[in-house]
Design a protein around this ligand. Structure first.
Ligand code: C5P
Length: 219
């Protein structure tokens, strides 16, 4: 029953968390499930798009013939995979919860619990979305923001700093929202608008997001 408004478009989506290795058996990660990104991928494909879905470790799956899934582990791997495909994308949506920092060195052997304290030095990961903004040619670029304070102001700041066309704000303060569950509550912010949506399933949120994107690119 979906429209086919995205026929002929290529949509690049990042999803899930990233895992940053500490040693051969441990990593730094986060609770992102990948559900929002997979829901966006399904909905975009249902609307006729060819979807490139680049996902960090996630239990989500898809059998949609028009979704090409690339599984990665770390932020650096996600970065490399994204830029194999970005140049060709018409729409890019960054819903991945990319780790901001990664261990400076990955221990070759499992770290032993010999010492009473252990310090792991972290270094900043590349910002995938910011780089997409810098390299933007034709792409309609969408980011996500998860803020705990001054949310609208910070989201608007990211819209500018990362050269985005649209940013989706999810609030941790809203019951049922956030990146672990099956529902989400969003605000969509563009240069000239702020639109608030009620709490919905991530499938319904994906429809709202793509309706909004279509309004922006097809007008
Ligand atoms: O700056 P912040 O991490 O809050 O921005 C969130 C947005 O940037 C999300 O869309 C996320 O997918 C993206 N991002 C990214 N690469 C990073 C960090 C964030 O693509 N290293």
């Amino acid at each position: 029953s979906s429209n086919k408004n995205l026929a002929g478009k290529t949509v690049l989506i990042t999803a899930g968390p990233t895992y940053e290795a500490i040693d051969p058996v441990r990593f730094i990660g986060n609770h992102s499930s990948g559900k929002m990104g997979f829901s966006l991928a399904e909905e975009a494909a249902n609307r006729g798009a060819k979807v490139i879905l680049i996902s960090g470790p996630s239990a989500e799956k898809t059998n949609h013939p028009d979704i090409e899934v690339h599984r990665v582990t770390s932020a650096k791997e996600m970065f490399a995979k994204v830029f194999e495909y970005y140049g060709n994308a018409d729409i890019a949506i960054a819903s991945a919860a990319v780790a901001d920092y990664a261990p400076k060195e990955i221990a070759q052997e499992k770290i032993k619990k010999n010492d009473d304290s252990l310090t792991i030095e972290l270094v900043k990961n590349p910002d995938i979305l910011k780089t997409m903004g810098e390299m933007k040619t034709k792409q309609f670029l969408v980011g996500f923001a998860l803020e705990t304070q001054n949310e609208e102001e910070n989201a608007k700041g990211k819209l500018h700093k990362k050269n985005l066309d649209m940013i989706i704000l999810n609030s941790l303060r809203d019951e049922g929202a956030g990146f672990k569950g099956t529902t989400n509550k969003i605000k969509i912010i563009t240069e000239s608008s702020l639109t608030e949506f009620p709490l919905k399933s991530k499938e319904a949120v994906a429809r709202d997001i793509l309706n909004f994107v279509e309004d922006q690119i097809l007008k």
